[in-house]
Design a binder for this molecule. Structure first.
Ligand SMILES: [Mg+2]
Length: 124
């Protein structure tokens, strides 16, 4: 399964990619902001999951999620938001925009594993 990781921090992208690799997901594409993330997804509509940061330049993660959900190809695409914005209001805003699950930084590989499993509907 192909995944896309969108974050303006190359360190965070590497951490997420390494965790995904350990979980067996090797085909991971990247974007460093919402504009890039959208371009990568648009070019790879067979992507199975989008993992995105919230705070990014150009187009932030919330705007990206709304853009993705507005496209008929991606209404069912699983989306996980990984962010420092862990307040209740932010979580609700993200869920309303169409995020399937939410991870607050900093997080452990175990948390990412569990959220992925929950979104995929498999045992973590
Ligand atoms: Mg960021």
């Amino acid at each position: 399964m192909k995944l896309i990781v969108v974050d303006d921090s190359s360190t965070m992208r590497r951490i997420i990619k390494n965790t995904l690799a350990r979980l067996g997901y090797k085909e991971v594409l990247e974007g460093e902001d919402g504009v890039q993330g959208w371009a990568v997804l648009d070019a790879n509509p067979d992507t199975g999951m989008l993992i995105t940061d919230w705070n990014m330049p150009e187009m932030n993660g919330l705007e990206l999620v709304k853009k993705v959900r507005a496209d008929d190809r991606f209404t069912d695409l699983p989306i996980i938001m990984v962010t420092t914005e862990g307040g209740k209001a932010e979580v609700i805003t993200a869920l309303k925009a169409g995020v399937n699950n939410y991870i607050v930084k900093p997080f452990t590989p175990q948390v990412l594993k569990e959220k992925l499993a929950a979104v995929m509907g498999i045992d973590g």
